[in-house]
Design a protein around this ligand. Structure first.
Ligand SMILES: Cc1cc2nc3c(=O)[nH]c(=O)nc-3n(C[C@H](O)[C@H](O)[C@H](O)COP(=O)(O)OP(=O)(O)OC[C@H]3O[C@@H](n4cnc5c(N)ncnc54)[C@H](O)[C@@H]3O)c2cc1C
Length: 494
């Protein structure tokens, strides 16, 4: 593994001014901003350093190396919702699709009032988004989209439904096409910036709990991959483990008030669509999304590596198994909803992983069904010969007439519901009846424990969340630096 020299060896005792737990969208940006301001930063990352190119994107091998528990993680409920988290240097940004949406200003404005977020300046957030877009090179694909993406566009255009190509963080070589981009994930962007400014990183290092005295964390107790224990002495800690692991770590550290109880996700249901021509792109995802029914419903394309096509067909394996032979003509698509339901993350004594539960409302379950029906219609309009919806007992859909049968047999409890967008378990703001952290992410009731990741967003934003996570993380890191500078000069900052 060619990890950078800033990745140091595990040690029983390490010291730093700021410990950043996790190196994903929130952690990497936090580390870069603080290190560039002269802070002595140490990043503790539970997963390994995996250079881009070591594993094929969206493959089962990638799930094995870079996902938590090989991608097999579930929020229990009726139905249960499968979720996935990146677990590697760069976190979710290494495994995700890189589809980029600026922070949705109407949603952020609503958060500001519902959660009483002080000092939330929308112009500041917008200028941070400009900065991020340049740092991670947000761009559209050169030339034609992939065939699987084109099918999404074609179906939406035929139905006159609002659709667009969503830009991604990507650098395309001169003369390159849709699949030649180099992903600008955190190991390529903010982590190298942090290292250049002096930050250190230790990988294979899970933070088990934070030890405190008088509401102030003194050190983190960690377990390295080889089973040895260690301590990291720090003055401040930024917990950036993502919306499942951050609340679990805080709970293991005795911090529980409004921590872990407000899990918000974008639940999705899927189908596979078979076309006359070869459309499958195993190592990339479509870039077109359909927003005709947004924010309630959005449609897009999923990873369609042959193993994932088989997985999508497996809900009705007896009826759909023959299709797997033709995987080159098949791509997988999803319908995502904004959910009114909420979930909970609970760290349990003696168990390594937290218990995660999620309750969809009746409206959510209904919306999943109507979303899947409309997505099937879109695929037919795009020219699909056969559509295989991912729920137990689903029919093969070949015509509009079959859509009625499909709607009649769908139930969310029979579907493979999943999500990759996890948020809101430590909402920020001054509303003490619902917020786990203050307006800039410091955990209420603590003096030096900050959260700076997707956990802070008061709800799932209705669009792909990485840009919003990064914008809030940068805003909060700057506020921390202002306070630190003021304290050094004997002043205080609100
Ligand atoms: C498959 C997939 C596709 C996605 N596609 C998109 C997309 O196209 N566009 C988009 O905007 N968003 C997408 N997302 C979501 C996006 O990746 C996340 O919203 C974002 O990465 C969240 O950032 P974060 O900092 O909260 O956590 P993460 O990026 O998940 O990082 C958390 C890191 O903390 C580490 N960690 C956790 N606990 C500990 C601990 N106790 N000790 C040490 N380290 C720890 C983890 O190993 C992980 O590396 C996708 C996510 C997935 C999984």
């Amino acid at each position: 593994v060619n990890s950078p020299s800033a990745v140091i060896a595990p040690s029983p005792r390490l010291e730093c001014e700021v410990l950043v737990v996790g190196s994903g969208a929130g952690g990497a940006t936090t580390a870069a901003l603080l290190a560039e301001a002269g802070v002595d930063v140490l990043i503790a990352e539970e997963g390994p350093w995996v250079d881009q190119g070591e594993v094929v994107p969206f493959s089962l091998a990638q799930m094995d190396r870079q996902y938590r528990s090989g991608g097999v993680t579930v929020a229990l409920g009726l139905p249960s919702i499968a979720y996935t988290e990146g677990r590697c240097a760069g976190g979710g940004t290494e495994v995700n699709s890189g589809l980029y949406f600026r922070p949705p200003i109407d949603v952020v404005e609503q958060w500001r009032t519902s959660h009483r977020i002080d000092g939330l300046d929308l112009d500041e957030l917008s200028s941070i988004a400009d900065e991020v877009e340049s740092a991670i090179n947000v761009s559209t694909v050169p030339g034609a989209p992939t065939p699987a993406s084109e099918m999404m566009r074609r179906g939406a255009a035929a139905l006159h439904w609002k659709h667009a190509e969503i830009p991604r963080w990507m650098i395309y070589p001169p003369g390159g096409d849709a699949i030649t981009g180099k992903r600008q994930s955190m190991t390529r962007t903010y982590l190298p910036r942090a290292f250049a400014a002096g930050a250190r990183m230790v990988v294979g290092c899970r933070v088990d709990h934070l030890a405190s005295r008088e509401n102030r964390v003194t050190h983190a107790v960690v377990t390295y991959d080889d089973g040895r224990l260690g301590a990291i002495i720090c003055k401040h800690v930024f917990v950036c483990g993502g919306a499942i692991q951050s609340p679990a770590l805080l709970q293991r550290s005795g911090l529980r008030r409004h921590i872990g109880g407000n899990l918000a996700v974008h639940p999705t249901v899927k189908l596979s669509a078979r076309f006359a021509d070869e459309i499958n792109v195993p190592d990339d995802v479509p870039v077109h999304q359909v927003k005709e029914f947004a924010p309630d419903l959005s449609f897009g394309g999923s990873a369609s590596h042959p193993g994932l096509v088989a997985l999508a067909l497996s809900d009705n394996w007896a009826g759909f198994r023959d299709a797997v032979e033709q995987w080159r003509r098949i791509s997988v698509y999803y319908a995502a909803i904004t959910s009114e339901g909420r979930g909970r993350v609970q760290a349990l004594p003696g168990l390594r992983d937290p218990l995660v539960t999620y309750r969809l409302t009746a409206r959510d379950r209904h919306l999943l069904g109507s979303g899947l029906g409309r997505l099937a219609l879109l695929m037919l309009e795009a020219g699909a010969e056969e559509v295989y919806p991912s729920y137990r007992g689903a029919p093969i859909v070949r015509s509009r007439a079959d859509l009625a049968t499909m709607q009649g047999t769908f139930a969310a409890t029979k579907a493979s519901v999943m999500t990759v967008h996890l948020c809101s378990t430590v909402p920020l703001g001054e509303h003490r009846d619902r917020c786990g952290a203050d307006s800039f992410g410091r955990v209420h009731g603590t003096r030096n424990v900050h959260v700076n990741d997707a956990s802070l967003l008061p709800s799932a934003p209705g669009v792909n969340p990485q840009a919003t996570v990064m914008a809030f993380a940068i805003r909060n890191a700057r506020h921390f630096l202002d306070r630190r500078a003021a304290a050094a000069n004997g002043r205080t900052v609100a």
